[in-house]
Write a protein that binds this ligand. Structure first.
Ligand SMILES: [Zn+2]
Length: 382
């Protein structure tokens, strides 16, 4: 067993859990071990991370789940808890995110298994190299008695810190569009070509990028980013013939996001025609927003209030395993304040008192759900 699994197992096994590693490497611990046929609440997050990462993204949610099982130990609740540590959420190795949670909802397909890492190793081969059997992946699927999924996670942004709040209920995970644009003009000498006779690709892209920022500012809660600009030939004394730029637009409402993306595409065309350039573009990702379960959001707010904190609802701009789990079961998330709003960086931090509040909130939530018979009877959605 890999070190991280062994470590978590060593905390949980004395409490009486059934630990297994499923066929895509998810850590799964059922508590109590003998309650396989009871309604089952899943609590977890991911164990993997990104290169040069912080210490809390993902793993904090797994540790909080373990703390809840520990705190609950000795009490009797009318359901079992399955702690899940997802094996691959970030997609850092194979470029495909959510391998762990996709196995639970039955969406590990050949495309995913054939995707390769930088060294040319396929995901399928990596699974075998890890001592697991890809043929067993269907056994990783959701148990029929699962009534819901909860995930504690660092916010990874500055919103809660700015509001001076330790916790929030996540009401939706924003939809996302990713596109690439190529503005194509004509290369020429930077010294001899008068301004009015140029077809400058970088100047055209720059004009458009400021419009991207304005468009995002015009819609509450929209974020839009041009994170990559590549000019070619890329020399100080040559007018650029091409500027390739990326676009990332996120919003909770799909119509608003799609409308903004259409408008931005139209603006890029207009800029190019006015400046006598051509435009090429393609869409890489068009991912709808995912709503979290309204009943669980309400229960989380009650639990946050019972912990002495002010309830707050927010949208997650980042993707999480919860949005994959929401395809099949009621799912919801609890965010913890992120000092400085810094994540995916070694400076990522949490406040110990916020973690204590999260565990307190989790305990209230587990007790509240114990008296919700309809919720516990829930079956996976088709
Ligand atoms: Zn994460």
């Amino acid at each position: 067993m890999h070190n991280v699994y062994r470590e978590i197992a060593s905390w949980l096994e004395p409490l009486g859990v059934n630990v297994r590693i499923d066929a895509v490497g998810n850590f799964r611990a059922l508590y109590p071990r003998d309650r396989k046929s009871d309604p089952r609440l899943l609590i977890g997050s991911h164990l993997d991370t990104v290169p040069n990462a912080g210490r809390y993204d993902g793993i904090l949610g797994v540790v909080i789940a373990a703390a809840l099982i520990e705190a609950w130990h000795g009490e009797k609740l009318p359901y079992a808890v399955e702690l899940i540590g997802f094996s691959d959420e970030e997609g850092a190795r194979f470029g495909v995110p959510f391998i762990g949670s996709r196995a639970l909802v039955g969406r590990v397909d050949d495309d995913l298994l054939n995707s390769q890492d930088a060294a040319g190793t396929s995901a399928e081969q990596a699974i075998e190299n890890f001592g697991l059997h890809p043929a067993d992946i269907p056994d990783a699927g959701l148990h029929a008695n699962v009534c819901g999924y909860l995930e504690f996670h660092v916010e990874q942004g500055p919103v809660l810190e700015q509001l001076a709040l330790p916790l929030a209920a996540v009401e939706a995970i924003a939809g996302q569009t990713r596109m690439k644009f190529a503005f194509r003009g004509r290369a020429n000498h930077a010294g001899t070509t008068p301004m009015h006779l140029r077809a400058d690709a970088v100047a055209a892209a720059a004009e458009w990028i400021t419009i991207v920022e304005k468009e995002a500012n015009a819609h509450p809660e929209m974020v839009a980013t041009v994170g990559s600009v590549i000019a070619s030939p890329g020399a100080a004394n040559v007018i650029a013939k091409e500027a390739r730029v990326s676009l990332d637009v996120r919003h909770r409402t799909d119509d608003v996001r799609v409308g903004a993306v259409e408008k931005l595409t139209e603006q890029a065309k207009q800029i190019c025609s006015r400046r006598r350039l051509s435009l090429n573009y393609s869409t890489l990702l068009n991912q709808p927003a995912v709503a979290m379960d309204p009943f669980l959001i309400e229960q989380i707010e009650i639990a946050i209030g019972a912990s002495g904190c002010k309830p707050y609802r927010m949208v997650s701009g980042a993707g999480h395993d919860a949005m994959i789990m929401a395809e099949k079961v009621p799912a919801a998330m609890i965010f913890l304040r992120t000092p400085g709003g810094i994540s995916h960086d070694p400076a990522e931090a949490v406040l110990a008192e916020d973690v204590a509040k999260a565990i307190e909130c989790g305990m209230h939530l587990l007790h509240q759900l114990a008296s919700e018979a309809d919720f516990l009877k829930g079956t996976p959605r088709a």
